[in-house]
Design a protein around this ligand. Structure first.
Ligand code: FES
Ligand code: FES
Length: 178
């Protein structure tokens, strides 16, 4: 048996020690917000936090997470109330949505280290792949959550203002990085 701390709860799972953490999270624990994309640490769909650091759980053996604090998208907030989740909703970032839990987990980790990232910082930290091409809105939402949106203001002020959010997204003047 392997004991894990996931989203503040203790879990005992009966798996081989080299089982990828992603499969334990999804299949043993039943938290399916963390997605499988490539399986080889490239796309970021499987991103979770281990002691606050973003990790690609498809490529981490479950044994490496023992004794550490694992956070998945389900554990980020109650009712999707985290400022990053609110920015994502305000700017309608998701298209198909498949990559977005990983994108949000990467963004939260970035902002916890760098509360006011530049576009360059965002591009360096957010290497998650989105087949729907939402990169421009991902970047805009990170700025919104950080309160570095053009015209000032933070998600606290902007979340309920859909028209302003749309206007903000439309005026992000940096090209998509595919
Ligand atoms: S599924 Fe883990 S990085 Fe793609
Ligand atoms: S929103 Fe579809 S893959 Fe990113």
């Amino acid at each position: 048996m392997i004991q894990l701390n996931i989203n503040g709860s203790s879990w005992q799972v009966d798996v081989e020690s080299d089982t990828p953490l992603l499969w334990v999270i999804r299949e043993q624990v039943g938290l399916t917000g963390t997605k499988y994309g490539c399986g080889v640490a490239q796309c970021g769909a499987c991103t979770v936090h281990i002691d606050g650091e973003p990790v690609r759980s498809c490529s981490m053996p479950v044994s490496a997470a023992v004794g550490k604090r694992i956070t998945t998208i389900e554990g980020l907030s109650r009712g999707s109330s985290h400022p990053v989740q609110r920015a994502w909703a305000a700017l309608d970032v998701p298209q198909c949505g498949y990559c977005q839990s990983g994108q949000i987990m990467a963004a939260v980790a970035l902002l916890s280290k760098n509360p006011q990232p530049t576009d360059k910082d965002i591009d360096a930290a957010m290497t998650n792949i989105c087949r729907c091409g939402t990169y421009q809105r991902v970047r805009a939402a990170v700025h919104m959550a950080a309160g570095t949106a053009k015209g000032g203001g933070s998600i606290i002020h902007m979340a309920a203002d859909t028209a302003r959010a749309d206007d903000f997204a439309a005026h992000v003047d940096h090209p998509t990085v595919a």
